[in-house]
Design a protein around this ligand. Structure first.
Ligand code: ZN
Length: 278
């Protein structure tokens, strides 16, 4: 499932290719992709509009349009936004096909159909997508300070990983990066947040920013299912740097002694090294 680094990679690709472009003909396939509004509203909202800016909040992509509307794209489990030359028939599961005024084409492809595209006027936007208003700090845009982590963890009887996955605390972190961040900071993902020392909170704050920035630099992580790709169709390469995620039973490459363990936390598989992480 795409997390902040993957969505940011897509954002950068769209910023390069889409800013200044106008959507000409727009086709919307499955109704489910436009479930908060309708296929007609999505088609009418995009058609003729020019992209002014491409922003991101957590895992939400936001395309500011010159029509005073905003388009939101959420990839969820398996969504992809691809820009191509439009010379072939759209691939399977292309739920939105939008021709651009420079002859290229934007595709929203989503085999599992959990993703969505919404176009709404600025006024209606927060009403239609209320969760945008509840997002916490963004590690890439806002940074994360030791005080942010101390106030997030103190007096909280929750596991560290649960807090990292809580989008209202820090926006954009999912299962892969939560595990990698815990490993980088030497903290077990099932550790109770209120037991962290100030020093651990500092390590956690630094690790959140460092892991996310490194992953963005490498274009995010593409797992074996190959569902995540950038707008050019290219996979990311941060998966080669994963130290614990999906490495259950393998020797830890950080300490060379521990064997990576897997536990369930909030019904999510969680991976850690029992030697490096306390
Ligand atoms: Zn280790």
């Amino acid at each position: 499932m795409p997390e902040l680094p993957e969505v940011e990679t897509v954002r950068r690709g769209l910023e390069r290719t889409l800013v200044g472009r106008r959507f000409d003909e727009v086709t919307v396939g499955r109704e489910r992709v436009a479930r908060r509004t309708s296929r007609k509203e999505l088609r009418d909202g995009l058609t003729g509009a020019r992209v002014v800016r491409v922003d991101r909040r957590g895992k939400y992509l936001l395309l500011e349009l010159d029509s005073d509307s905003v388009a939101m794209v959420h990839l969820r489990m398996s969504g992809q936004v691809v820009i191509d030359e439009g010379r072939t028939a759209p691939p399977a599961h292309s739920h939105v096909v939008a021709d651009l005024d420079d002859g290229q084409r934007m595709l929203f492809i989503d085999p599992r159909t959990f993703g969505e595209v919404v176009v709404a006027s600025r006024n209606e936007f927060e009403i239609l997508i209320p969760e945008l208003g509840r997002l916490g700090i963004d590690p890439l845009v806002d940074g994360v300070t030791i005080d942010d982590v101390v106030s997030m963890c103190c007096n909280r009887r929750r596991r560290v990983k649960s807090l990292l996955l809580d989008q209202s605390e820090i926006a954009g972190i999912g299962n892969i990066y939560a595990d990698e961040i815990c490993h980088r900071s030497g903290i077990r993902p099932d550790r109770q947040a209120h037991t962290l020392s100030r020093r651990s909170c500092r390590r956690l704050a630094d690790s959140i920013v460092d892991v996310i920035e490194e992953a963005v630099d490498l274009g995010g992580s593409t797992l074996a299912d190959a569902q995540y790709v950038g707008v050019d169709g290219e996979p990311g390469s941060y998966q080669d740097r994963h130290r614990v995620y999906a490495r259950t039973g393998q020797r830890c490459i950080t300490c060379g002694r521990g064997i990576i363990r897997r536990v369930m936390i909030d019904q999510r598989s969680s991976h850690f090294c029992p030697v490096c992480q306390r």
